[in-house]
Design a protein around this ligand. Structure first.
Ligand code: ATP
Ligand code: MG
Length: 389
C-alpha cells in the first residue's frame, strides 16, 4: 500500500498572472529537495502539490524534507483511492485503522473540490462516518473535539484520505523574488535574519568575514555549519568567505578606538555590496536589531549604511531577543550559534564605543584608510564554500 504526500500552496495562489512562474519555482525546489529520497512524480493542480513515490522511496525522509520548503502552508501524507463512498471507507479503514482503534473518538470531514461528485460533503462524511462507526464500535463519534479526524478530499482525479495536515514552512519559493547577500556571522541573529529573508522567496548569497588568526578555524567552520543548516530551507548555498584580518589591523593601527566597530561594519557593508554586484543581488541582509548593542543605535545604523546604494534589509530590527532565540531554536540554528568560538567583531571591541556617532566624525576617523585598495584586496582574496541543498 503506497501513500503519497500532498502539499498545500501558500501565498502563491494570490499571484494572479505570475502564478505559473511561482509554481514552477516551487516544483523545481521540491524536486531538488526530494532527490536524496528516491524517485517521485511531482505535479501541481488546484493549489495543491502532489508527490507520488516510485518503488523504494524513503517516504519518511521525503515527508520531513518537504516540511521546510518555502511556499507551502500545509503538508500531509495521504492515500489515494477511487471516488466512491465504499472505496473511501475501505481505504480509511486500511490506511488509518491503527489510529482509529487507538482513538477514543473520531469524526469524518470531507472537502469536495470536484463539484461533479454526486454526494454533498456532509452526506459523504455521514456515509463514511457511519460505516467506520460500525467497524470500530468501541470508538465514539465526536464532531466537536474528536481525537482523530479522518479527512476525505474529493478532487479531480481521485479521493484522498488522511489524518490532518501539519503546518508547512510558509513564505514563497526560494528564487522567485531575486537574490540578496546575507552577512552571516557565527552569532544567533544572522542565521535567523537569513532564514526570514529566504522565506520571502529570496535566493541568498552568504558572506562571512573571517579574521584568522584572531578568530580560529573553528569559528569559520561554525559559520559553514550554520549555512549547512540553512540549506534545509534555502537550497544550495555558496558561502563567500572574506579574509578580514588586514582590514581590522589597519583600523586598529590608524583609527580611534571608539570607532573600531563602526568602521569595521562600514567595510563589511561595502565589501558585501561589491559581492552583491558580482552576483546580481538586489539587497544586503543583516541580523541587526535596534538597541541590542552599541553599534545598533539609529545613529550607528546610519553610519553603517552611509554610502551604500543597495537597500539594507534588517528583518530582526524590531524583535525582542527572546523571540529571535525562539525562532533560532525552531529552525535549528541555535545550538550551533552558541558554540563558544569568537567572531571577528569581538576581537577588537572598543572599551568605550560611541553609541551616538556623528557621520562626519567617523569619516574623519577613517580618513587615512585607503578604502578602495583595502576593499579590492579583500574581495580578491575571498574564497567560496559550496554547500548542496
Ligand atoms: P549576530 O548574532 O548575527 O552575530 P549580533 O547581535 O552579534 O548579530 P553584531 O555582531 O553587532 O550583532 O553584528 C551585526 C550584524 O553584522 C550581524 O547580524 C551580521 O549580519 C553582520 N556580521 C557581524 N559579524 C559578521 C561577520 N564576521 N561576517 C559576516 N557578517 C557579520
Ligand atoms: Mg555577532
Amino acid at each position: 500500500m503506497n501513500d503519497m504526500i500532498l502539499l498545500k500552496q501558500g501565498e502563491i495562489i494570490l499571484k494572479g498572472q505570475n502564478r505559473r512562474f511561482f509554481e514552477d519555482k516551487l516544483l523545481a525546489n521540491i524536486r531538488r529537495r526530494l532527490k536524496p529520497f528516491g524517485g517521485f512524480r511531482v505535479y501541481a493542480a488546484q493549489s495543491t502539490v502532489y508527490i507520488e513515490p516510485e518503488a523504494g522511496c524513503d517516504m519518511d525522509g521525503a515527508f520531513e524534507a518537504v516540511q521546510s520548503v518555502f511556499g507551502v502552508v500545509g503538508v500531509t501524507r495521504a492515500m489515494a483511492c477511487e471516488k466512491d463512498g465504499d472505496a473511501i471507507f475501505e481505504t480509511a479503514k486500511r490506511y488509518l485503522g491503527e489510529e482509529l482503534s487507538e482513538a477514543g473518538s473520531f469524526k469524518v470531514e470531507t472537502k469536495r473540490s470536484d463539484k461533479r461528485f454526486p454526494m454533498s460533503s456532509i452526506a459523504l462524511s455521514q456515509y463514511v462516518g457511519g460505516l467506520l462507526a460500525d467497524a470500530y464500535p468501541e470508538v465514539r463519534v465526536d464532531v466537536r473535539a474528536p481525537d482523530l479526524t479522518v479527512h476525505v478530499e474529493v478532487r479531480e482525479n481521485a479521493a484522498y484520505i488522511h489524518a490532518g495536515a501539519l503546518p508547512g514552512a510558509g513564505g514563497l519559493p526560494v528564487g522567485c523574488n531575486g537574490s540578496a547577500v546575507t552577512l552571516l556571522s557565527g552569532g544567533i541573529d544572522s542565521p535567523v535574519s537569513s532564514y526570514m529573508i529566504a522565506r520571502r522567496g529570496i535566493h541568498l548569497v552568504p558572506v562571512h568575514f573571517f579574521s584568522f588568526p584572531y578568530t580560529s578555524e573553528q569559528a569559520r567552520e561554525k559559520v559553514v555549519s550554520l549555512a549547512r543548516i540553512l540549506t534545509k530551507y534555502c537550497g544550495r548555498l555558496a558561502v563567500e568567505v572574506v579574509p578580514f584580518t588586514r582590514i581590522q589591523e589597519e583600523i586598529r593601527a590608524k583609527c580611534p578606538e571608539a570607532y573600531f566597530t563602526l568602521i569595521m561594519r562600514r567595510f563589511m557593508m561595502r565589501i558585501s555590496e561589491q559581492i552583491a554586484e558580482m552576483h546580481g543581488c538586489g539587497a544586503l541582509v543583516t541580523g541587526e536589531n535596534l538597541g541590542q548593542v552599541a553599534s545598533q543605535t539609529m545613529e550607528a545604523l546610519r553610519v553603517t549604511e552611509d554610502g551604500l546604494s543597495l537597500p539594507v534589509l534588517r528583518p530582526l530590527i524590531g524583535m525582542d531577543k527572546s523571540d529571535i532565540v525562539a525562532l533560532a531554536r525552531r529552525i535549528g540554528t541555535f545550538e550551533t550559534s552558541i558554540l563558544p568560538y569568537e567572531d571577528c567583531c569581538t576581537v577588537f571591541t572598543p572599551r568605550h564605543p560611541r553609541t551616538r556617532p556623528r557621520l562626519e566624525d567617523v569619516l574623519e576617523a577613517e580618513r587615512t584608510l585607503d578604502y578602495p585598495a583595502l576593499i579590492g584586496e579583500a574581495v580578491q582574496s575571498k574564497y567560496t564554500a559550496r554547500l548542496d541543498g
